[in-house]
Design a protein around this ligand. Structure first.
Ligand SMILES: Nc1nc2c(ncn2[C@@H]2O[C@H](COP(=O)(O)OP(=O)(O)OP(=O)(O)O)[C@@H](O)[C@H]2O)c(=O)[nH]1
Ligand SMILES: [Mg+2]
Length: 301
């Protein structure tokens, strides 16, 4: 059954509470970090801070390209021996750093309508890597990867729900916003997964609110929930793979671990990796005067 997924590309749109500080509170809900963790395999390429308050020139640059979404690039993941290719976009709201209101574009719908678009398009838009890339788009430090040509048809939505406490954002506000977003996303008939974000800094009542939300009668059974943490890399791949299985209607459903079990598994894996790395260093680097920079390069794959 799972073979059907072989060679298929899944275009995923990551959505969630977005807007000015008045709407989303002091920080975002974690859409960018979730995308960053999924797309970049190398831990050193994970950035904890991304921006959405920009200058007019950064908004008009090739990465943002005068649109309220980011193209995060593509990645291939292997599950049960099958390859799953993903293209990921993040629907957000970019704010002008002079007026502190959203940049005006040709599209005038609200975020809740725009974020569930079935197709996204932005001619020659470049893949976003990190905030320092803005204004430096042509610098050789940043690979220039183009969004696929033409319209990108979205196959499913990964909706973020922040379960940490954020100043100037009430939980009621987030619940109301995400409920409207889920409603609109389900109307598209595309699969939707709710990812609780920032599980490493979670508040139990907020997790309960997310569970209550997906158990409302209009969503019950239609929106699976995955508890994630981008900072600790917990259940991130699992959330995308679950969505891919729903899109592909494969019987091989991903097994989603509860947050604490997934965290334990992650810590065990890190422990094994750490031990293996220490062993590698001990067996290779025997010169007490060895220079770290030079050896690091030699040992990197
Ligand atoms: N503790 C913790 N903080 C996180 C995690 N993910 C994101 N954050 C923090 O939350 C803040 C907002 O994260 P972003 O990923 O930029 O949020 P966003 O939804 O993309 O924000 P906008 O696009 O501006 O709406 C940043 O300070 C992140 O470091 C996480 O897994 N754990
Ligand atoms: Mg963002």
């Amino acid at each position: 059954m799972a073979r059907r997924a072989e060679g298929r590309t899944f275009n995923v749109s990551v959505i969630g509470l977005s807007g000015t500080e008045r709407e989303k509170g002091q920080y975002g809900v974690g859409k960018s970090c979730l995308c960053n963790r999924f797309l970049n395999q190398v831990a050193d390429n994970y950035y904890q801070e991304h921006i959405s308050v920009l200058s007019q020139s950064d908004f008009a640059g090739r990465v943002i390209n005068n649109d309220h979404f980011l193209y995060w690039g593509s990645v291939v993941k292997t599950d049960d021996g099958n390859n799953f290719a993903f293209h990921v976009v993040e629907q957000t709201e970019f704010i002008d750093d002079v007026s502190f209101s959203p940049f005006k574009t040709a599209r005038t719908e609200t975020y809740i309508k725009r974020a569930v678009s079935g197709k996204v398009q932005s001619a020659e838009k470049l893949m976003y890597i990190c905030k320092d890339q803005l204004g430096m788009e042509t610098d050789s430090a940043y690979p220039q990867v183009l969004i696929p040509e033409g319209k990108l048809t979205i196959d499913g939505f990964l909706c973020c729900f922040d379960v940490s406490k954020v100043p100037q954002r009430s939980i009621e506000k987030q619940v109301e916003f995400v409920a409207a977003l889920l409603n609109n996303a389900l109307k598209t008939k595309k699969p939707v997964v709710l990812a609780t974000t920032k599980g490493d800094a979670s508040c139990t009542e907020y997790i309960k609110e997310a569970e209550k939300l997906i158990n409302r009668k209009e969503f019950k059974g239609n929106v699976p929930l995955v508890e994630t943490s981008a900072h600790e890399n917990i259940n991130i791949e699992a959330a995308f793979m679950l969505l891919a299985h729903l899109i592909d209607r494969t019987k091989a459903k991903s097994k989603i671990l509860p947050f604490l079990d997934a965290r334990k598994q992650r810590h065990e894996l890190l422990e094994v990796a750490k031990e293996a790395y220490i062993h590698l260093l001990r067996t290779n680097v025997t010169d007490p005067k060895a220079i770290w920079g030079a050896w690091k390069k030699k040992l990197e794959p």
